[in-house]
Design a binder for this molecule. Structure first.
Ligand code: PEP
Ligand code: MN
Length: 355
């Protein structure tokens, strides 16, 4: 997403600092790769429910100081309160990031600005949990008001209300829109929290680079299976290095602005299409459930009255959204045909069972 060819920012390290040994052993392996810009680690962990591991707390900051001293790696931690900011700065942390839950709450962001005022530390703002671009931009603006330091954004995906292979659905059109509205902001992608599963991380990371993101934040743990948080999505340092070596870094100067703009539109289309397909799959799954229900109660698959209502209400909604009535009718006919086919098949299965 950068206009200039710049070295991408690569931030890697565990979801949470658990022990000094885990932090130092992870850092030792990560530090060996020249692409790595900083070592990340959660120190205070926001958890959805109490009783889970809530981070090692203040003592973890000493381990991060040691990482910096021994391996020369700048460090990055999540801050959620002004006290976190003070403590992280005392420990010489160079990158602070605001987590998705904190960005979601303007009161918390406003509290944080008190501690960030006038600071020269780099600050990264993760997107809010819900796909609300104004909330994301609002948090960035609040911070930019109090500091002239570099403010960056982290795209970590959004809570999925629909069926999706991702833990947090990427909705790439949202960070693209952020870049369009705030071209001066660097955006890095967090493929770990988008994926929720380590197998998906490399392809999401590459996709982000193809979209010209300015860097990546990737959770890496010396022993991911036994991690105390986000065990499914963390990579071993070996797999992180493999991923970094296989990434295709784009030459951002080659394409020129027109090509970049065109690509950004195409990427929006790609993302929207995949969401349409996921929704269609969900619709057909529901159709199957209705089919089974009708079969049990001996109701015919095709119900004329219901179908007429569907056509009428959808055409009205589509029209109010700027779609042509003819297009909406044809699309519905095709959807309906497929639904009837699915339901008839379910009915047929019953007949086959009876015979
Ligand atoms: C994290 O980076 O470990 C984290 C808690 O992320 P998020 O705020 O994106 O959920
Ligand atoms: Mn995590």
């Amino acid at each position: 997403m950068s206009q200039h060819a710049q070295k991408p920012i690569i931030i890697a390290g565990p979801c949470s600092a658990e022990t000094e040994d885990q932090v130092m052993r992870t850092a030792a392996k990560i530090a060996g790769h020249s692409a790595v810009t900083a070592f990340r680690s959660g120190v205070w962990k926001p958890r959805s429910r109490p009783g889970n591991f809530e981070g090692a707390g203040d003592s973890a900051l000493q381990w991060l100081q040691k990482v910096k001293k021994v391996y020369g790696l700048p460090t990055a931690v999540e801050v959620a309160t002004p006290q976190h900011v003070e403590k992280a700065l005392e420990a010489g942390v160079e990158y602070l990031w605001i987590g998705a839950r904190t960005t979601s709450n303007p009161f918390s962001v406003q509290e944080l600005t008190k501690a960030l005022k006038g600071l020269e530390v780099k600050i990264m703002v993760k997107n809010p949990v819900n796909p609300d671009l104004s909330l994301w931009i609002g948090a960035i603006e609040r911070i930019m008001k109090v500091t002239s330091a570099k403010v960056m954004a982290i795209h970590r995906g959004f809570y999925p209300y629909e069926q999706t292979p991702y833990r947090n659905i990427p909705k790439w059109e949202i960070p693209i829109e952020l870049k369009t509205r705030m071209p001066e902001i660097s955006i890095i992608c967090d493929p770990s929290h988008i994926s929720g599963n380590r197998a998906l991380v490399p392809e999401v990371a590459q996709y982000a680079l193809d979209l010209n993101f300015d860097g990546l934040m990737i959770e890496t743990h010396i022993n991911p299976e036994h991690a105390l948080s986000d065990a499914n999505q963390q990579l071993t340092p070996e797999n992180l290095i493999k991923l970094l070596n296989n990434l295709q870094f784009r030459d951002q100067n080659v394409n020129g602005n027109v090509q970049n703009a065109l690509e950004s539109f195409r990427n929006q289309i790609d993302s929207i299409d995949s969401q349409i397909l996921e929704l269609l799959a969900q619709r057909m799954e529901t159709t199957r459930k209705i089919g089974a229900f009708k079969r049990e109660r001996n109701v015919a698959a095709f119900q004329l009255k219901r179908w007429k209502n569907i056509i009428r209400s959808r055409m009205e909604t589509g029209y109010s959204l700027g779609l042509s009535k003819d297009f909406v009718r044809k699309m519905l006919q095709s959807l309906h045909k497929e639904s009837i086919r699915i339901q008839s098949e379910i009915m047929k299965q019953q007949k086959d069972q009876e015979n």
